[in-house]
Design a protein around this ligand. Structure first.
Ligand SMILES: C[S@@+](CC[C@H](N)C(=O)[O-])C[C@H]1O[C@@H](n2cnc3c(N)ncnc32)[C@H](O)[C@@H]1O
Length: 248
């Protein structure tokens, strides 16, 4: 009889993860932005701005950039809105409803942002097509993190940066205890109230707790072809920005 490791309640089995994640984001797309800002008390906007700064896009201001797992396009728009940015940003995601929501909300209006419906594990872009890439709260959702990192290395030019903004779990007590109480007890209830999808907002903290710690994520980015990888810790360890250039 095959042996399967039990998973925490809201986490799908690895072979079901992609379909589960796509269904979940398709379902919560209409309320995704509102919940992001409510649950983070709007701090997510600040994190996104910091992530864009780490991309160092001024090295190629007229370049072509990828925002992978772009969702409702917030990070793509944050980059395209920078003063002096003269390039274009492809906002790629495999959940059509998320991209559609971002476009319908008028975020792209007049900005050089192009939505693309694509799987991060099989990007429909040529090798070395991009001058830089961002991923905001996306890599944690990939069915195969290492394959996703390698795929991003493939589509980046040598020397181009990858910037990953992702949740982490704080290690410093009592902040850690407070954060875990919020993430496990309060966040799912607010999420359920607004989105009517408790499972999605139970998945969120569980997937964060299961995700590799900052040092381990840096190591895996380096193994995928980036380096050296550094990171900034945000808000006492609730999130982190990892960044590194694709090796030449
Ligand atoms: C938490 S949302 C983040 C959206 C956006 N980047 C942001 O900063 O708000 C995660 C997104 O990753 C997308 N995603 C997850 N796995 C993916 C994959 N294999 N290929 C493309 N998109 C994926 C989901 O559809 C979802 O829109």
């Amino acid at each position: 009889m095959p042996h399967t490791t039990p998973r925490p309640g809201a986490l799908p089995a690895p072979q079901e993860k992609a379909a589960h994640v796509r269904r979940m984001f398709g379902d919560i797309a209409p309320k995704y932005d509102l919940l992001n800002h409510v649950l983070s008390l709007n701090v997510d906007r600040l994190w996104r701005r910091k992530a864009v700064r780490r991309l160092d896009w001024r090295r190629a201001p007229a370049g072509t950039y990828l925002d992978n797992c772009s969702g409702t396009l917030d990070l793509a728009v944050a980059l395209a809105s920078r003063k002096g940015f003269a390039g274009r940003v492809v906002g790629s995601d495999f959940t059509y409803e998320m991209l559609e929501r971002g476009v319908a909300a008028g975020k792209t209006g007049g900005r050089p942002v192009e939505p693309a419906c694509a799987d991060a594990l099989r990007l429909p872009f040529a090798d070395a097509a991009f001058d830089g890439a961002t991923v905001g709260f996306g890599v944690r959702n990939l069915a195969d993190l290492d394959a996703g990192l390698r795929e991003m290395a493939r589509v980046l030019k040598p020397g181009a940066r990858l910037v990953i903004l992702e949740f982490t779990t704080p290690s410093w007590q009592p902040w850690r205890g407070l954060y875990l109480f919020y993430a496990r007890r309060i966040l799912p209830s607010i999420g359920a109230l607004i989105s009517r999808n408790r499972a999605a907002y139970t998945y969120l903290p569980e997937s964060v707790m299961e995700f590799p710690a900052s040092r381990e994520l840096a190591r895996r980015m380096e193994a995928a072809g980036f380096g050296p990888v550094e990171w900034d810790t945000l808000s006492g360890g609730i999130a982190a920005i990892h960044y590194g250039a694709r090796a030449a």
